[in-house]
Design a protein around this ligand. Sequence first.
Ligand code: GLV
Length: 394
Amino acid sequence: MTVITSIADLRELARRRVPRAMFDYADRGSYDEITIRRNRADLEAIAFRQRVAIDVSAQSLATTIAGEPATMPVAIAPTGLTGLFYPDGEIVGARAAQAFGIPFCLSTLSICSIEDVRAAVSKPFWFQLYLMRDRDFNQHLIARAQAAQCSAIVLTLDLQVQGVRRQDLKNGLAIPPRLTARNAFEIAMRPSWALGVLFGRRRSFGNLEGRMPGATGLVTLSQWIATQFDPTVSWKDVEWVRSQWPGKLILKGVLDAEDARLACESGADAIVVSNHGGRQLDGAPSTISALPAVVEATDGRCEVLLDGGVQCGQDVLRALALGAKACLIGKSFLYALAAMGGEGVTTALDLIRKELAVSLALTGCNNVQAVDRSILFDSAPAATLTRSVVKASS
Ligand code: GLV
């Protein structure tokens, strides 16, 4: 493939470049994958108003996300195991995001550690946190994020128990990855991945040294999560994190209006409307359909971000129209990274930026910060055809 014109192209390249267990970890959802499909389908169902004869020569895509300037309303979502998709994947991703001028979020379940990434970049990045049974360890992670001058903690709230990703079980996804009789042929067909990752320097969770069994005790990710993550987490624990962390606090996994109100009361600066990319509660609504009620519930008290199925600039525009300040990209980022490393991530961001710019112009709008529902077909006085589709998702 020579010309990359979409995230779908990068996905296809990624499929060829990394072993199936890795690709599926990024690509697939939980149980029957209803929610992961809804995320895409509901985005695609939202129609724009096409406007003409409006001067759109001077555009601005710049915005702020959780108080930080960004060249477009997009941030890189925290994704687990990123460094197993490409050597030093978190460093590569953080550098590409910073060069582009958008926030990068490092996952607790990253391969490069907080300190590895800090040493490789010049601007602050965000750190994503899970609450563990061992709260001292959380305190330790928060202190490390503070020492690394992270500008925000993204506290993920929707993984206190793990939804079953059937494909991961079938693939026997294990950390660190290993060469087995079953995958030997597949790995032999992916020599650059094998050289860079399988036989590379960093192959296990960089932030969790001493917390994973050693080479003799390989575990699956889901087994490890089941023993370490805290299923008792409540809003009191969110307040505890708030009291420990002086920087911006972003709560990820809020999909319900009632939870959005509680999130505002807990002192969050922003929330991410998320269903964990369709990887947790299968049967949950798409994030784009949950967004309007969440925005209404926050009533401007905290910023609302969205992830879940965002694969093009048009998707970003749809989310902005329904009240999000910005979108996070997880899968799209991993496809791009696995496909072509830093160049892939830059290509993906560039594609999204151009799609956003063109789509914004064709809706007759100049500034992402001025986008509202009026750019949707639903809000046009004579629109009837897709009204029911937008209504169903709002
Ligand atoms: C971790 O965040 C995962 O979804 O596996």
